[in-house]
Design a protein around this ligand. Structure first.
Ligand code: HEC
Length: 161
C-alpha cells in the first residue's frame, strides 16, 4: 500500500459511515441523485436475507481485497454495462461513495465462509456410506435368488440337476 492510498484509506475511514452505507445499499436511505439501491441487484454474502438479490454478482466476492481508492473509482464511474443506464445522470455523491465503501469493504470476504469444508466433507462421507450400503444390499439380494433359480431348474421335469 502506497502512502497516498494509505492516507486515502484514513480519509475514507474518517469520512464514511458504515451504517449510512448499509442504508444506502439496501435502500432504506435514498441516494441524493436518485440512483437505485445496490441491494436491488447485488447480494452481499454473510449479511442476511436483505442482501440476497441475484441479478448482479455477490459483491462480498467481487470486492474482497480491493483497496478503498480502487473502490471509490468504481463507485465514481460505475462502468458496468447493466448499471450504466441505471446511474446515468444520477451519480453517487463523494459522501455516499465514502459511506458505501465504509460499509462494503469490511463486509467483503475472501472466499466462502470459514468452515464450509466441513459440509463438503460431511457430504462426501454421506455419499460413501450410501454407496457402500447400496453395494451390500445388491450383493445380499443376488445369492438367495440365484440359489432359488437353480433349485427350481433342478426340480423341473427334464431338469439336468
Ligand atoms: C440494475 C441492477 C444493478 C444495480 C442497481 C447495481 N448493480 Fe452493480 N452490477 C449489476 C450487474 C448485472 C453487474 C455485472 C456486470 C454487468 O452485467 O454490468 C454489476 C457489477 C458490479 C460490480 C463489478 C462486480 C464484478 O465482480 O465484476 C460492482 C463492484 C458493482 N456492480 C457495484 C455496485 C454498487 C456499489 C451498486 C450501488 C451503488 C450497484 N452495483 C448497483 C447490476 C446492478
Amino acid at each position: 500500500m502506497t502512502l497516498s492510498s494509505l492516507s486515502f484509506a484514513l480519509f475514507l475511514a474518517a469520512a464514511g459511515d458504515p451504517a449510512t452505507g448499509r442504508g444506502l445499499f439496501i435502500g432504506s436511505l435514498p441516494f441524493r441523485n436518485g440512483g437505485a439501491p445496490c441491494g436491488a441487484c447485488h447480494a452481499l454474502g454473510g449479511q442476511g436475507l436483505a442482501f440476497s438479490a441475484s441479478l448482479g454478482p455477490d459483491l462480498s466476492a467481487s470486492l474482497a481485497g480491493m483497496d478503498p481508492e480502487a473502490l471509490d473509482g468504481l463507485l465514481d464511474g460505475l462502468p458496468f454495462p447493466t448499471m450504466v443506464p441505471v446511474y446515468e445522470g444520477r451519480p453517487l455523491t463523494p459522501g455516499e461513495r465514502a459511506d458505501l465503501a465504509a460499509f462494503l469493504l469490511p463486509a467483503a470476504q475472501p472466499g466462502p465462509p470459514g468452515g464450509a469444508w466441513r459440509f463438503e466433507l460431511l457430504g462426501a462421507a454421506g455419499a460413501a456410506v450410501l454407496f457402500a450400503a447400496l453395494a451390500l444390499a445388491s450383493r445380499r439380494r443376488k445369492a438367495p435368488s440365484r440359489a432359488r433359480l437353480l433349485a427350481r431348474a433342478a426340480n423341473l421335469p427334464g431338469g439336468s440337476r
